[in-house]
Design a protein around this ligand. Structure first.
Ligand SMILES: NC(=O)c1ccc[n+]([C@@H]2O[C@H](COP(=O)([O-])OP(=O)(O)OC[C@H]3O[C@@H](n4cnc5c(N)ncnc54)[C@H](O)[C@@H]3O)[C@@H](O)[C@H]2O)c1
Ligand SMILES: [Zn+2]
Length: 680
């Protein structure tokens, strides 16, 4: 590897600085470029190159690998073969013929703007302040007033080759200009050095911000609406948890979605204002925004204290109306060769007094959709403060949403993992079988909540699995009904809902009948029999509200059917759990909820149960050394294999996967074969 070209190093540093401040651009929004020279390995001569942020990726974390590298002479030669705006999309494929070497990242649609503008360094950004002016009804006039002749107005045009030509012409005609406001969309700035471009970008962003602050009317969103004032924080979260499953069901009618909740001040203020319904209806404007938020949100227009019956009824009406409205939007705008409608459920649901739910195929997508709607609220506040918010026309939104290039991007996406967009709650998951199960479910695409007695252990187990977009840890004592409800609430607030519940929490006291105390009996039954009942009950309530089925898996035991020695309290509690599987399978089937169990045996490795006395006890009962217990158990089995936590985790996964979609009320033994525990 040759040393990094200084032009590239400078570009990456500038991009990272710009991308680090959310005031400058939304997550993964905007792109930057630099033109410079490198030695052409073929000729040994200097060659002029364009480095430009490729498709996807975020400026804040851009690395040289995220840049597309094009030959500037060839890129600019495209102007001569450009067939006109009607066929501008063809130019994206033509970029591939301009690549230098392997070309780096895939060139994005904005490549033309960067290549054609005659400046060594170009930034295209989506700052809330800039978009506010870009979406104001009199944006052109405001641009003059705010920036004088240093910044030029460019009327809305869909990103592409023609927009690049427009901006290049504007720069040429306005030598004094440092950049432009792109109507309905964002800003572009340039400079002959990297530092100049950065300075110019920041000047436009900050000047716009200052201009809005100085000239905005007092209440851009109108007077406050009493009925929609935010609930106090604790009540707000409780209400959010109450409505979350219902709303996830709304967002997931066409395909299951992960949810994200925020009760950010910006959101609550917007929701409690008179003009919110009108503005929400107008939808977002910047292409980046509405690709993730859909053209408009659904607004749950009931007071935050309304009864759940009222909420249920209204949600059903609003959902139906939203779907009809979306289908009508599709029908109005689709042409013969438009891609098929992608689903008519909302991606943003606003709940006045409570907050905002946003949805996506995974947690990151859901979270970013929410962030983008916050960007859109800031944009609307700025635009309404100065003038009237006037986003681009719905026909233009449609063209972008159903753009052939966008569709191709979606088609290129890798096939989702088997448990993608499903949310799992695993009890006792800080250790042993539960931890292995949580890891397995996450590796198959699920979001997981690790619930265990110790918050610290639960959180550190979650951190070991991934970021909070993948796993979170919560404290729970499953024998306490309020704590169980709180854990289910935390799950639906973290990921929007709950689909897979694993009743794994447990402990084992190995005592003979005469040695078993009443307290022993109660503890075994409280944690395992009652605990799994409480968890199943609270989770099933949420699942029924969601209306998209679900799975409950019990980690029972070989001992639920096998009469092991000195085991009355544990074995009886396990038998109780095993029968819950059958009872609940019968009861919850009508909601599409499957209930199954796994009967493990002899899982010594990683098991806290074995490490904390039970292992020593069993070893003594069987007359072997404690460290040989795993091997001893293996020898008693038909397959002569030691059972590991991963073997149990795999069984849980299979029960939850589509492969066993028609199986409920089943127990799978994972014991390497124990004839005395065969099921019949
Ligand atoms: N290890 C085996 O051979 C085996 C065999 C059959 C069944 N099981 C069952 O598998 C499950 C997991 O066992 P393991 O071997 O992984 O044990 P483990 O001790 O490693 O894990 C059990 C976890 O449950 C948690 N827990 C205990 N009481 C709780 C409560 N009240 N609320 C919330 N969490 C609680 C513990 O803190 C622990 O992290 C248990 O239900 C056990 O009965 C294990
Ligand atoms: Zn853009």
């Amino acid at each position: 590897m040759s040393d990094l070209n200084p032009t590239v190093a400078e570009l990456v540093e500038r991009s990272n600085r710009l991308g680090a401040d959310p005031k400058n651009t939304n997550y993964a929004g905007g792109n930057t470029s630099a033109k410079g020279t490198e030695t052409d390995p073929v000729t040994g001569e200097d060659v002029e190159l364009l480095w430009v942020k490729g498709s996807g990726g975020d400026l804040g974390t851009l690395t040289p690998g995220g840049l597309a590298v094009l030959r500037l002479d060839r890129m600019r030669a495209l102007v001569d073969v450009y067939p006109g705006v009607e066929r501008e999309d063809e130019m994206v494929a033509a970029f591939d013929y301009c690549l230098h070497g392997k070309g780096g990242a895939a060139p994005s649609i904005d490549t033309a703007m960067h290549g054609l503008v005659d400046a060594a360094h170009v930034d295209h950004l989506h700052p809330d302040s800039g978009i506010a002016i870009a979406t104001a009804a009199d944006g052109e006039q405001l641009t003059k007033e705010a920036f004088g002749d240093k910044v030029v107005w460019v009327p809305w045009r869909r990103p592409g080759f023609q927009l690049g030509l427009d901006i290049a012409a504007i720069k040429e005609a306005n030598p004094q200009a440092i950049g432009c406001i792109l109507g309905g969309h964002g800003i572009t700035a340039w400079g002959d050095t990297s530092a100049k471009a950065e300075k110019n970008s920041l000047w436009i962003i900050r000047t716009a911000d200052r201009y809005i602050k100085q000239h905005s009317k007092k209440l851009p969103f109108g007077a406050r609406v009493k009925k929609y004032e935010p609930l106090p924080p604790a009540k707000r979260r409780a209400r959010a948890a109450e409505v979350a499953p219902l709303l996830r069901g709304v967002a997931s009618q066409d395909r299951p979605m992960v949810g994200h909740f925020t009760d950010d001040r910006v959101v609550l203020d917007f929701l409690a204002s008179r003009n919110m319904p009108r503005l929400a209806e107008l939808g977002t404007s910047c292409p980046d925004h509405f690709l993730r938020t859909k053209v408009k949100p659904m607004v749950l227009d009931v007071a935050p204290g309304a009864s759940m019956d009222k909420v249920r009824e209204r949600v059903a009406e609003l959902h139906e109306a939203y779907r009809a409205d979306y289908a009508a939007y599709y029908d109005r705008n689709a042409s013969q060769d438009s891609p098929a409608m992608r689903g008519a459920d909302p991606l943003i649901i606003l709940v006045p007094g409570v907050g905002m739910f946003s949805y996506g195929k995974d947690k990151q997508t859901a979270r970013v959709a929410g962030e983008f709607y916050v960007n859109a609220i800031n944009v609307m506040r700025g635009a309404e403060g100065l003038s009237t918010y006037a986003p681009i026309d719905e026909s233009e939104k449609f063209r972008i949403e159903y753009w052939a290039l966008e569709e191709a991007k979606l088609q290129r996406m890798p096939k989702p993992k088997p448990l993608a967009s499903r949310v799992a709650l695993v009890t006792g998951a800080a250790s042993g079988i539960g931890l292995a199960t949580a890891k397995k479910l996450a590796s198959e695409g699920a979001c997981v909540v690790i619930a265990d007695l110790s918050l610290e252990k639960a959180q550190s187990a979650a951190a070991g699995i991934g970021s909070s977009d993948v796993a979170v840890g919560v404290q729970v004592d499953v024998s306490d009904a309020a704590a169980v409800q709180a854990a289910v609430d935390a799950t639906v607030l973290a990921f929007g809902g709950v689909d897979l519940v694993v009743n794994n929490a447990g402990l084992s006291l190995s005592r003979s009948l005469l040695d078993t105390t009443e307290k022993d009996w109660d503890l075994q039954h409280d944690v395992m029999a009652k605990g799994s009942f409480l968890v199943a009950q609270a989770a099933a309530k949420a699942m029924i509200d969601q209306g998209i089925g679900g799975d409950i898996v019990y980690i029972s035991s070989k001992n639920s059917i096998f009469a092991g020695p000195n085991n009355v309290a544990y074995g009886a509690a396990k038998a109780d759990q095993a029968h819950q599987v059958r009872l609940l399978a019968a009861e919850l089937g009508e909601h599409g909820i499957k209930v199954n169990g796994v009967n493990p045996d002899g899982v010594v490795q990683g098991s806290g149960i074995f490490a904390s006395g039970w292992g020593a006890n069993r070893a003594a009962v069987y007359g072997v050394e404690e460290q040989d217990l795993g091997k001893f158990y293996a020898q008693r089995t038909i397959l002569k294999r030691e059972v590991l936590p991963d073997n149990i985790a795999n069984a849980v996964f299979v029960l939850c996967s589509d492969e066993l979609s028609h199986t409920t009320g089943l127990h799978i033994p994972v014991d390497a074969g124990v004839a005395a525990a065969f099921l019949r």
